[in-house]
Design a protein around this ligand. Sequence first.
Ligand code: PEP
Ligand code: MG
Length: 574
Amino acid sequence: MTFELSGIGASPGIAIGTAMVLESAKIEIPDYLVSTGDIPAEVERLRSALGLARDELLRVREAIPKDAPQDTRLFIDAHLLMLDDPALRERPLRLISEECRNAAWALHHERERLLEIFERMEDAYLRGKREDILQVTDRVLRHLVGVQPPVLSGGAERIIIANELSPADTVLLKQGRVLAWVTDFGAAISHSAILARSLGLPAVVGTHLATRLMRSGDTIVVDGDHGTVLIDPDPTLVEEYRELQERRHRRMELLELEKDLASVTLDGEPIRLLANIELPDDVESVRRSGAEGVGLFRSEFLFMNRTDTPGEEEQYLAFSSVLRSLDGAPVTIRSIDIGSDKTVTDSNLQPSHGILNPALGLRGLRLCLRRPDWFRPHLRAILRASALGPARLMLPMVSTVTEIVQTRQLIGQLQRELKAEGRPFAEDLPIGIMVEVPAVAMAAHCFTGVSDFFSIGTNDLIQYALAVDRGDDDVNVLFDPLHVGVLSMIQHTITAGEAAGIPVGMCGEMAANPHWTSLLIGLGLRELSMFPGAIPEVKEQIRRTRVAESRVLALQALAGNTGVFDANDLPDSS
Ligand code: PEP
Ligand code: MG
């Protein structure tokens, strides 16, 4: 019998396939005493769980695709080393033999002790090792309590069902070639959801019950357009969804045929359509989408799923490969925006341990300015790549003019350094900012003197303006891009940019919604950047828009009348 589960449609599309459930991070630890006679068996249980965890890590290591960064393997190696460390096994073995404790409790007890020691460490790098201890011991504990561990790389052709996925996990899913994913938690603007859209994977988040109601092997249908998941659907329903899937596919093919049509309104106003990317490999989808270039390269993804920090040369190669592949098209490289939900494995770079509000803490440019030791090579790599094509540098999470002035001073120094070394770079590299802090939007006129362009990051702007965590499904309904307060900030930014003669674009997810294309044009935007898959439908809308009519729409929206954005006046995308 079909069972339907609803959540939030985080990435459009339909997938029909077999579920693979990744168990929740929380493991119940049994606590009991074993009889003296059972001690040898309990000791053996712990040894065997350690061995199983080891075999499993070796299998994961084997399954890492050849083209994955070398450091993905180093990450697994670090966990293997930790598993072999006597410190992890000696005390638990003593607790079993001398105090008759059960194996899971003994290991858990030792883990808590180690975590406490690491938590007290001054050195941020060592403190960050807590995460590794957690992951390694989790793997062993899962064997001891009989819970299957998550093996992301084993999910090929499967639909992944998980409690929650981090942006780094989502990148691994791409390498594992999964069909779709469903999570208990998460919201439509979380970075994992953004990645799912950019990978073209249907996704439903915030279902609350997925991991509890589904079992690996269940047949399921994921409808990312409507945020529904069908468990064990009737064959007739599966047939209906296959037809919908087919129709959607045909529509996308038709839109793709139109990719070379001009992005221009009915009354001849050109609107620049750019793509958001996360990794150099994404340029292929940029080309297919018909985008004019890249409006947001989230460079922080180069830093994920690895235990170290990429050096200047490696970063330079990544940036230059994008510029070269796009062959003269503009590429906006955003300096790394680590922090908040975008965590990296290199604990040296990860400031959020134990911080209550990481979204309001050291992230993006704030963190970069604190760490010139890695901001410098990062900027040098961008500057060097700028010699190869029309690059722009974009700074994230800016709150004050001083931060931009400091960054520009640093860039000036680096340019002098590069000149002395005889390395080429674009002397006139445009340096712009993301407008994603409400106070910056409201004071945008104060930032025009130090910015060559603005790009409105609505994902964070809305989160901060409405005090709604972008990754929390419980408050997802309050995440309202059409809130008059938000629209006023967008308009204010555009007006300030226009007055100063600097370009203003939008690269937040709001730009990707074809229902709002006309409104954004009416508010004055002439540059929109989005995940590549959204470009054909947004272009279709642009080609149906008249600027004069869109201005009326914008005025209505600014007055609070948003009923006009009825989903029905768009063609069915299914
Ligand atoms: C934004 O905040 O709108 C944005 C585009 O940046 P990110 O989603 O990476 O935070
Ligand atoms: Mg942002």
